[in-house]
Write a protein that binds this ligand. Structure first.
Ligand code: 5AD
Ligand code: SF4
Length: 345
């Protein structure tokens, strides 16, 4: 079932219960009961950007900054790999200390250390097309970069002068580099309207994303948006469900932000089409410092040790923990098309 431009508007008019039921049906049809695990490593909290909503923004002097050494990352990846995890997400701010050469080297090292078995996802902001290609050549499989909001003015204001066009160009560059592309948006940013949310959904569809990250905005006391109202769980769930309906083959995580702001936020997302969880495997010594927003719900125990707990919890929800790579069905389809085209040539 494909849905045209007008139907996002129609979907947005439906009651939440209907959206959730349809999204859950589609998720079951495409991905079964699986919930795929990604080991998240927050490798640097240094950032050259100054996004108004984010605790890692350049002008926030209240947090201690860190950047992990390669051996620390490789140890964390090894422990997670030994426990069965087959996807690593290296997430960080736009940190000039992490040159492309350095990033390529760590990608190569993780690939080597795991005999090429693990998928490596990077998420470290806007880089040049040549840099994305170099990372792909080093073995990078996927890249995550939310567009945050599709409203041009709001984007430029909240990202302190960085235009939406730039972000979208970088997402196109990633697509051209041939890696799986993830993006997404926050729900309930100050100044956002129903039209913004509709256009966020349309943009996800038009970008044909392989992965979509959606989370509620959470005001951070150390940012200019300290007094703004947070996003709601209802809207977050609605957006998740609609994204599953319009992009049935995408991987959709139940995000940390949803779990931090609402007690059962992640469970609600899993019930509304989400099929991915990203437990934090960053060494505990620096975990407290990656404070995008307050109350971040990953500062408990080590993500690797947590796996048994997660498996049990998912089982109680009628879901199955999956540790394998879990490539998106959309990327498999894209690869299939490319192979068929090549065979015809
Ligand atoms: N509330 C919720 N999500 C946030 N992010 C950054 N700051 C906040 C906040 N205050 C999200 C952004 C970014 C991702 C890594 O974290 O969407 O892309
Ligand atoms: Fe940096 Fe990302 Fe935070 Fe913006 S949202 S300040 S780019 S870490």
């Amino acid at each position: 079932m494909t849905r045209g431009a007008s139907s996002i508007r129609e979907l947005m008019a439906l009651p939440t219960a209907n959206l959730v039921a349809e999204a859950d049906r589609i998720r079951t049809e495409r991905y079964g009961d699986g919930v795929w695990i990604r080991g998240l490593m927050e490798f640097t909290n240094r950032c050259a950007c100054n996004c108004l909503y984010c605790g890692l923004r350049r002008e926030n002097r209240k947090i201690g900054r860190y950047s992990l050494e390669e051996n620390v990352l490789l140890d964390a990846a090894r422990a997670a790999f030994d426990r069965g995890i087959r996807t690593f997400v290296l997430q960080g701010g736009e940190d000039p200390l992490w040159t492309t050469d350095r990033l390529c080297a760590i990608v190569r090292a993780i690939k080597e250390q795991t005999s090429g078995e693990a998928a490596v996802t990077l998420s470290c902001g806007i880089r040049s097309p040549g840099e994305y290609r170099a990372l792909r050549d080093a073995g990078m499989d996927r890249y995550l970069m939310r567009f945050e909001t599709s409203d041009r003015e709001l984007h430029e204001c909240l990202r302190d002068g960085v235009s939406l066009e730039r972000r979208l160009r970088a997402l196109r560059d990633l697509r051209e580099a041939g890696v799986e592309v993830g993006s997404g948006f926050m729900v309930g940013l100050p100044g956002e309207t129903e039209k913004t949310r509709r256009e966020n959904l349309e943009l996800c569809r038009d970008l044909e994303l392989d992965m979509i990250g959606i989370g509620p905005f959470i005001p951070n006391p150390d940012t200019p948006l300290f007094a703004a109202a947070p996003g709601t769980i209802e809207e977050t769930v609605r957006m998740t469900a609609i994204v599953r309906i319009i992009l049935p083959d995408a991987n959709i995580p139940a995000t940390t932000a949803a779990g931090s702001l609402f007690a059962e936020g992640r469970e609600a997302m899993l019930a509304a089409g989400a099929n991915v969880l990203m437990p934090n495997i960053t060494p505990l010594s620096v975990r407290m410092l990656y404070l995008l927003y307050p109350g971040k719900d990953t500062i408990r125990q080590d993500g690797v040790q947590e796996l048994d707990e997660i498996a049990g919890h998912l089982r109680a929800l009628g879901r199955t923990m999956r540790l394998d790579r879990g490539d998106s069905r959309s990327s498999a389809r894209r690869r299939g098309v490319a192979e068929t085209a090549a065979a015809r040539m």
